[in-house]
Design a protein around this ligand. Structure first.
Ligand code: HEC
Length: 277
């Protein structure tokens, strides 16, 4: 019995030696066994900033007026800044601006982002800037503030509870839609007519169906296709499904071959934005 215990003890010592000396990267185990073998910990001398506003989960109907506010236990030193990070769930927590203040108006940046949910946090960092204003030293001097969430949606989206299913395909890629809007409204020279020339909202005699607010209608045209896929299919095969009251052969038939895939993607996104209204 005694010899078994002895052997076991030896075995454990051997294991301990392997665990500590074998370059194991499970640092928590190593630290439990021999505290002095723990990896060098970076001591953050200063507490994390505290997020103040907007309150967690705020929904904005307009991205033009979004200001983040926080506070910190002391003023920033000369070479310290707040690194303001804003990102979409699932993305990396990328910094979007460095500021000296305890607030940041992020409206201009947000205007480019489209709808959806966002996360944000603030960390105090130390930096120096070269002659061109580029940061040359970067180190965190505080922990990250707690992460807060906010959302940007239209009033209609909120009324329809779309903010609850933010992955819903009605969320529009604003940048892509903006590129599509130009093509939709203007076409391409004389060769490719604009969509607007037929899909005229509020026309007295409708040559083509209005596409505004037609998301649910288009979602049901072909149950096998998403709305974006249906719109794209309409560009390739306009007459495959002809809505009641309209005629085949009217819509320009060759968008599918005269536009590039990128142009089609942009037009589809803009058309989707009209349909989602
Ligand atoms: C020359 C007139 C004309 C032009 C230009 C035109 N369309 Fe159409 N479009 C129609 C007509 C007519 C229909 C209905 C008959 C049909 O489906 O062919 C239609 C149908 C559609 C539908 C299906 C609507 C539904 O409810 O099922 C979509 C989507 C569509 N067009 C998108 C576009 C887009 C995007 C453009 C521009 C790239 C465009 N159209 C340009 C005339 C036009």
């Amino acid at each position: 019995m005694r010899s078994i215990t002895f052997t076991l003890t030896l075995l454990m010592i051997a294991l301990l030696i392997t665990a500590c000396g074998g370059g194991s990267d499970d640092s928590s185990t190593a630290a439990e066994i021999t505290p002095e073998a723990a990896p060098e910990t970076v001591v953050l001398a200063k507490p994390a900033p505290r997020t103040v506003a907007p309150t967690d989960g705020t929904l904005f109907e307009d991205s033009r007026n979004i200001k983040l506010e926080w506070d910190w236990h002391q003023p920033l030193a000369e070479d310290e800044y707040f690194d303001v990070r804003v990102w979409r769930p699932g993305d990396v927590d990328a910094g979007i601006t460095w500021v000296k203040d305890t607030e940041a108006d992020i409206s201009a940046w947000m205007a480019e982002q489209g709808y959806g949910h966002f996360l944000w946090s603030v960390t105090a960092v130390v930096a120096e800037f070269d002659a061109n204003g580029q940061p040359i030293i970067y180190d965190e001097v505080s922990g990250d503030s707690p992460i807060r969430r906010f959302g940007v949606f239209t009033a209609e989206m909120i009324a329809q509870n779309l903010h609850l299913t933010a992955s819903a395909d009605r969320l529009i890629d604003a940048e892509l839609a903006a590129a599509g809007e130009v093509l939709y409204n203007e076409g391409l020279g004389t060769a490719v007519p604009s969509c607007l020339s037929c899909h005229i909202p509020d026309a007295e005699v409708l040559l083509a169906p209005s596409l505004i607010g037609t998301w649910d209608v288009m979602a049901e045209r072909d149950p096998a296709l998403s709305v974006r896929e249906y719109i794209e299919d309409s560009l390739h095969r306009p007459d495959r499904i002809v809505p009641e009251g309209f005629y085949p052969g009217v819509m320009f038939q060759t968008y599918g071959t005269t536009l590039t895939p990128e142009q089609i993607e942009a037009i589809v996104e803009y058309t989707a934005s009209l349909a989602a209204q």
